[in-house]
Design a protein around this ligand. Structure first.
Ligand SMILES: *[C@@H]1O[C@H](CO)[C@@H](O)[C@H](O)[C@H]1NC(C)=O
Ligand SMILES: *[C@@H]1O[C@H](CO)[C@@H](O)[C@H](O)[C@H]1NC(C)=O
Ligand SMILES: *[C@@H]1O[C@H](CO)[C@@H](O)[C@H](O)[C@H]1NC(C)=O
Ligand SMILES: *[C@@H]1O[C@H](CO)[C@@H](O)[C@H](O)[C@H]1NC(C)=O
Ligand SMILES: *[C@@H]1O[C@H](CO)[C@@H](O)[C@H](O)[C@H]1NC(C)=O
Ligand SMILES: *[C@@H]1O[C@H](CO)[C@@H](O)[C@H](O)[C@H]1NC(C)=O
Ligand SMILES: *[C@@H]1O[C@H](CO)[C@@H](O)[C@H](O)[C@H]1NC(C)=O
Ligand SMILES: *[C@@H]1O[C@H](CO)[C@@H](O)[C@H](O)[C@H]1NC(C)=O
Ligand SMILES: *[C@@H]1O[C@H](CO)[C@@H](O)[C@H](O)[C@H]1NC(C)=O
Length: 344
């Protein structure tokens, strides 16, 4: 019923349709003749809005997308002239850009942090022309803005095989012909850490029965592998030495002007050891002359000032080594196997 009703209605419309359409066409023409400028303005406005959207919405989005997709690789990181609240940083990085756009990125103020933690410092990332592989060098004095965060960062670097460093800031991209796009720069970079200094060893040492003026009575060579891209200046670093797994403190070892370079570090060490205590231990407990020792960080002093963030890091790891003390004593004329239990 209702369908038929509709058909009738449609028939009715069709009947009067042609004359109506004709009239409408004329009216439209007249309308257009009068108001063409309005449509032109509308067309131009729509085009402008479209272009505007492309330039100011899509382009920034694409720019942000490209920044998100870009890579950051730290090639070398050098920390020099440390003070309790600053250091000099020379950081060489490569920004990888896979997009066909090679914009200029403005210099910007970036925060440095351990991924997921508060920033410990801010650095000025220089202007970059973002080619496929753009090298950028930060070379500046850096103030540590959060000492706790920097302590945590150093502990993480010393403890872990890998650490995630975050570089974050806001900058602007300039691509020829396009408006400036403001973007968030937020990159996490995975870097090798010092991995607890795994491989640390005292590779050669000798005992001096008569101590030097400063009390040094054992000198030798330590081997410290540094698998990172970091060069770190740490000042005069002193470690406490204990008989392994006991609280028996036997003395200290100092690495003078310690600067760890990437790769293998072989450094001179100077120790002040309680020799009579060591000999007593050898005669009573370590009769084969092999002395197991735990080495734990104690202090780091650079130009007379403590570096708490280095101390904190070195206190967080213990090195276990075994020294052939028997052989070293024998080399200076003290034969444990012939000693009657009385130290020299
Ligand atoms: C860029 O990455 C951030 C997260 O780091 C995300 O929130 C944002 O949506 C991304 N933007 C684009 C355009 O990909
Ligand atoms: C960098 O940003 C931080 C935090 O917004 C600010 O405290 C610091 O002064 C800025 N540094 C420079 C050089 O602009
Ligand atoms: C440490 O060095 C000594 C002397 O060179 C060597 O005999 C010893 O095997 C080394 N220890 C380790 C764990 O490499
Ligand atoms: C160990 O040190 C002594 C001097 O202290 C030196 O004569 C010797 O060559 C060194 N040995 C090695 C393997 O470095
Ligand atoms: C240690 O470094 C200081 C300056 O940083 C320098 O004056 C001194 O000569 C160096 N000492 C040694 C033993 O290398
Ligand atoms: C560092 O020493 C290890 C062995 O201790 C060796 O395999 C490696 O080749 C050395 N690396 C460099 C750069 O000398
Ligand atoms: C060496 O150790 C012994 C035994 O613990 C102690 O009595 C002595 O005071 C120590 N000597 C020094 C110089 O610390
Ligand atoms: C270094 O060790 C000594 C005792 O061995 C201790 O009195 C001193 O507080 C330690 N210093 C640091 C900075 O841990
Ligand atoms: C380390 O100690 C030596 C001798 O005590 C001193 O000459 C040197 O300046 C110190 N190094 C630093 C970096 O403070």
């Amino acid at each position: 019923m209702s369908w038929r009703g509709k058909a009738e209605d449609m028939g009715h419309v069709e009947e009067i349709g042609p004359s109506g359409k004709h009239g409408f066409g004329l009216k439209l023409k007249a309308h257009l003749r009068r108001f063409w400028w309005l449509y032109l303005i509308l067309f131009v406005a729509c085009t402008l809005i479209l272009v505007f959207c492309l330039l100011y919405v899509a382009f920034p989005h694409i720019s942000q997308h490209n920044i998100n997709d870009s890579t950051l690789t730290i090639q070398s990181l050098v920390l020099l002239n440390p003070t309790p609240d600053s250091f000099h940083l020379v950081q060489t990085s490569v920004v990888g850009n896979g997009s066909p756009y090679h914009p200029n990125m403005d210099a910007f103020n970036a925060s440095l942090s351990l991924d997921g933690a508060a920033p410990y410092a801010y650095v000025e990332i220089p202007q970059i022309h973002a080619t496929a592989q753009a090298t950028t060098v930060v070379d500046q004095d850096v103030k540590i803005t959060d000492l706790d965060a920097f302590n945590a960062y150093n502990v993480a670097v010393l403890q872990n095989e890998n650490v995630k460093l975050k570089v974050k800031g806001r900058t602007a991209l300039h691509e020829m012909g396009f408006p400036t796009a403001t973007v968030n720069y937020d990159k996490s970079v995975t870097m090798k850490g010092l991995n607890k200094l795994t491989g640390f060893n005292v590779t050669n040492f000798s005992i001096e029965l008569t101590p030097e003026a400063d009390g040094t009575n054992m000198i030798g060579t330590v081997y410290i592998p540094n698998p990172t891209v970091m060069t770190i200046s740490m000042g005069n670093v002193t470690f406490n030495n204990y008989i392994a797994n006991t609280p028996t403190f036997i003395g200290t070892t100092t690495l003078t002007n310690l600067t760890l370079h990437p790769g293998n570090n072989t450094l001179p060490m100077r120790s002040q050891i309680n020799q009579s205590l060591v000999i007593t231990q050898l005669l009573s407990t370590f009769k084969d002359g092999m002395l197991p020792i735990d080495i734990v960080g104690n202090s780091s002093i650079y130009n007379g000032q403590h570096l708490p963030y280095v101390e904190e890091a070195f206190k967080s790891v213990t090195q276990h080594i075994t020294l052939n003390a028997g052989a070293a004593l024998k080399a200076v004329g003290f034969d444990l196997s012939k000693a009657g239990g009385s130290p020299p």
